[in-house]
Design a binder for this molecule. Sequence first.
Ligand code: NAP
Ligand code: MG
Length: 496
Amino acid sequence: MAVVEKELLCKDFLTKDKQLLIDGKWVNAESGKTFETRNPATDQVIGKVAEGSKADVDKAVKAARKAVEEGPWRKMSTAQRAKLMYKLADLVEKNADQLAQLETLDNGKPINESKHIDVPQTIETFRYYGGWATKIEGETINANPNMFTYTLREPVGVVGQIIPWNFPMLMAAWKLGPALACGNAIVLKPAEQTPLTALRIGELVLEAGFPEGVVNIITGFGADSAGSAISNHMDIDKVAFTGEDKTGREIVKASVGNLKRVSLELGGKAPNIVFADADIDAAVKGAITGIFFNQGQVCCAGSRLFLEKSIHDEFMSKLLARVAKMQQGPGMDEKTQIGPQVSKDQQDRILSYIDIAKKEGASVACGGDAPAGDLAKGYFVKPTIFTGVNNDMRIAQEEVFGPVLAVIPFNSVEEVAEQANKITYGLSGAVWTSDVKKAHKLASQIKAGTVWVNCVNMLDPAIPFGGYKMSGYGRELGKHSIDLYTNIKSVWVNLG
Ligand code: NAP
Ligand code: MG
């Protein structure tokens, strides 16, 4: 392996006890319980983490409420708030290599992706929202000459944030960034499979000097535990959730007690549409990034590849030739392009979808099982492509969340537009063509929150991201996140 023991920058962090962050202090769970997190490449335990539950969430909510109502956080100028956020971004940058290693060890993703995508995007997200902290403004509205009327944008208050395991640190940044910029206090729950980078970010939050109680981090489980304690909590004003649509429904149900605000970023089954007039080599590369980036554990993965019939065979031979060269291995190896899935459960789930597709009559063009040999101890699945798929099969309709691509041929723009939209999800879609008219027409026809033309998986903290249909509601990133994390108050002053 390219990374040897002496280069392991996160060793100290890995060996110490991982506790909960409540009210600016690291504490054990009330129950005293802990759980293990594993390296998906080896199945080895890499850390023991406090198992927070309802009692800990209650303490964290109390601390957050105090921070947002009475603490120095409330009294701080927005410039001071911005300064803390820039400091946090700087500290992430200073610890970039260590955080990248931690992310790769806990999640399994290739170190080159942790280093060049997850960490820099985390830094940019904190910087982008640091910039927003000083630019959140109300309005004056001259509706009535006898009245002076203006609006205030106030923090929502105490915010619960529940995040998944596929981009553990980046999802924490997407959630913390805008919530902090708007002056809220937070109770964050990372996914049980990948708690480590959020906890390290918690240390950096304290090092940056955020007042106690502003950021609380409760590691633990979701259903019937820390996660549901957050979504049910009567003193949490808003919950932001990223994860599966099934869990999203539970979050919405749990919100009815105090009618807390909810925003949801859920799954996807994105169409990646390639026309015969596209730059085929670029589209082949795009198809690979679309489905194999992060081992396919991407909510906007281009998991349905629609190929115009006339280029189907040429495209497939180029695609398969490239996939055959992809280097699969442990994420810590610099050469690795495709790592293990995050957990044994995910590996099993993906392999069961592969069986379903085979039974449905789809043909395995490559992959189709788990690798043997050295990789068998980890949670690996070979990059897998199915041809002969039709859009009604389960492999084309259900989110696999793994390195499994369903290839569907099409004949016309009308046909592909209809099929692309024949799905319960609507998070993203991509179109490859050199015809500007076709590109814009499809961009407006695809029912999804993001459409990429001649590119895939482009993300930027300034560009809104979120779903249509069962991919959720609310938009994260960009200025739209500010709406998620503020209340608008109208003030009327009688001048008469
Ligand atoms: P998940 O099971 O829904 O878990 C997400 C988070 O919710 C975890 O922290 C989990 O805790 C917690 N949770 C689970 N059940 C809960 C409950 N009843 N109440 C409150 N919290 C609960 O999703 P996942 O398997 O981690 O992630 C994969 C899914 O997320 C995929 O479907 C993917 O498409 C989606 N996703 C969407 C986006 C997006 O931006 N739209 C981004 C990433 C992922 P535990 O870890 O303890 O289970
Ligand atoms: Mg892990």
